[in-house]
Ligand binder design. Structure first.
Ligand SMILES: [Zn+2]
Ligand SMILES: [Zn+2]
Length: 556
């Protein structure tokens, strides 16, 4: 890459929905836009979180001018503590974002005891000079307040990264996306547009967030018993609408779930949500009110294992016991990958005797991401020279590229990218450069590691094929067996097909030990290696499975 070219390197968020992170590079200086995470899929056993592999940044720590965060969702902000910790305190760059986003970042960093990080609130329209870049945030609408597009100006041109957005004409707070600023940027000239592709497969316009409140109130008005509403805790305008509907119907509101209480508190302190005095009651007071006087707002819309709703559904919540006659409203749709957990939660609720209302029953949710016509509107407002669809799986990236073509962008100027694939833009044109390292790293408790991680491989093996433990007792002098070999197995499937397997394994162990003795292998570690290889091969030949084989050699 030459100095005068501009590089846009997505480290996450392309070919997937989640862990958005993009490196923008000019004159060897770097601005990082978003530091997101994603949640593990079912095959990532025991993994808590998935982060983008940011090795590229680790080698370039001294070149980072700043990190800019578009909004407070986990897939844009969630990796921040780990990224900062890995880059090292002495290299911590300044973090920029809107006021709610920075408040959420602060709360997250405090939990990780990263209290020295400089966070700077930047109002939409304000400018910040970051080395060869000048940064401006543009107000957008989305399913969390304070969402911004990021405009990075350089001598070569302007890169506009939309973040997540929809063009909501009647947002709950009355402040629509700043379309006139987007059009102005377009007139000034946008070199590259990187746009949200999440709903590139949905025709028309998304429905307005403010349409959800009246639908919720309709549903509530038909309920006799208690009402539990679950939605994303960060969807503060949704929470506002639930609060308003409850107030209109003379019901008290209780917030259940740590992140729900935390986000409402942050939202209240920054004026993003207004709750009438005396409306809120503590979860422990729930039993003091009659059923028809209560709305509970709960976390757990995604079926998350330790969330309040999941615990209530399993009769395992310390304050709220659900019962026959309660209605649970899912004011959210499952993120792809969470369907199973959500369905399991819903079925538990039916078992308890609750009514369950989802978006299949009533329009109690609105997407935070623009549909096809909104993506076209963005393209037409901004009129970019080049387009690189962001934030979507490969299918949606392709659909978004087709939309760009449909509004008149030259197909040669549309770049269907991938994580790790840098787009290099110079005065003479744009093209993809050689692929850089990108992928995932896993968070397991507080440690981070890569997917080749031994622990994860072991867990997969154990979960699929079980474990064999063979204990061989050998003589210290010549390594020959001096007692019967013990064979223990757990979780090995279809074992009934393998009658006498334990005996045969014992024989295999003895053969293996005999051969080792002939080859004069006496060292315990080496013996265990030989045993492992022989027994694993034997088991595979017999069962066509690869259980974990754990040989233990005891010398006497
Ligand atoms: Zn997102
Ligand atoms: Zn978002």
């Amino acid at each position: 890459m030459s100095d005068s070219s501009l590089r846009i390197l997505p480290l996450g968020g392309l070919g997937e929905i989640g862990k958005n992170m993009t490196v923008v590079e000019y004159e060897d200086r770097i601005v990082v836009v978003d530091v997101g995470l994603r949640f593990p899929t079912a095959d990532m056993l025991g993994i808590d979180l998935v982060l983008p592999d940011f090795a590229y940044l680790r080698e370039r720590v001294d070149d980072i001018e700043a990190i800019v965060v578009t909004h407070g969702h986990e897939d844009h902000l969630g990796a921040l503590p780990w990224v900062l910790r890995e880059l090292g305190e002495e290299h911590v760059p300044v973090i920029y974002g809107g006021n709610l986003t920075m408040a959420m970042a602060r709360s997250k960093l405090d939990e990780h005891r990263l209290t020295k990080t400089p966070l700077r609130t930047l109002e939409p329209g304000g400018d910040a000079e970051l080395g060869p870049f000048s940064l401006e945030l543009v107000h957008m609408t989305h399913s969390i307040p304070d969402s911004n597009a990021v405009a990075l100006r350089t001598e070569l041109g302007t890169v506009l990264i939309t973040g997540d957005y929809k063009f909501d004409q009647t947002p709950v707070d009355g402040v629509p996306a700043d379309m006139s600023r987007l059009a102005e940027l377009g007139r000034e000239g946008v070199l590259l547009l990187c746009g949200d592709s999440t709903n590139a497969d949905r025709p028309g316009f998304s429905s307005s967030e403010s349409g959800v409140g009246p639908r919720l109130e309709e549903v509530f008005s038909r309920c006799q018993g208690r009402i539990v509403v679950t939605s994303f805790a960060s969807n503060i305008h949704r929470v506002q609408q639930v609060v308003d509907a409850a107030a209109n119907l003379g019901r008290k509101v209780s917030l259940v779930g740590r992140s729900m209480r935390k986000n409402v508190n942050i939202g209240k302190s920054l004026g993003h949500i207004e709750v009438p005095d005396g409306l809120l009651i503590a979860p422990r007071e729930v039993e003091n009110y009659p059923d028809h006087k209560l709305v509970i707002i709960s976390t757990g819309s995604q079926g998350e294992p330790l969330s309040a709703l999941r615990r209530m559904a399993h009769n395992d919540h310390p304050q709220v016991q659900l019962r026959d006659g309660d209605t649970v409203v899912f004011s959210a749709t499952p993120i792809p990958g969470n369907e199973r957990a959500v369905n399991e939660t819903i079925d538990r609720l039916y078992q308890i005797g609750c009514e369950v209302i989802t978006t299949m029953d009533a329009p109690v949710h609105a997407s935070g991401h623009g549909y096809v016509e909104e993506l076209k509107l963005m393209l037409n407002l901004v009129q970019p020279r080049y387009v690189m669809p962001f934030h979507g799986d490969h299918k949606r990236i392709r659909l978004h590229a087709q939309l760009a073509e449909a509004v008149g962008v030259d197909p040669d100027d549309i770049f269907k990218g991938d994580n790790g694939l840098p787009l290099d833009i110079g005065p003479r044109g744009a093209r993809f450069g050689p692929i850089e390292r990108a992928g995932m790293i896993f968070v397991d408790g507080v440690d981070i590691g890569d997917p080749a991680d031994v622990a994860l491989r072991d867990r997969r093996m154990l979960s699929a094929d079980g474990i064999f433990i063979v204990v061989a007792t050998v003589s210290e002098q010549d390594g020959r067996p001096v007692a019967d070999t013990e064979v223990i197995f757990r979780g090995v499937p279809f074992l009934e097909e393998a009658d006498g397997l334990a005996d045969d394994i014992r024989q295999a162990v003895e053969d293996s030990l005999a051969r080792a003795a002939e080859e004069e292998i006496h060292e315990v570690d080496l013996l265990q290696e030989v045993l492992h290889d022989d027994v694993a091969k034997f088991v595979y030949d017999r069962l066509r499975r690869r259980p974990m084989v754990l040989p233990v050699v005891v010398e006497v």
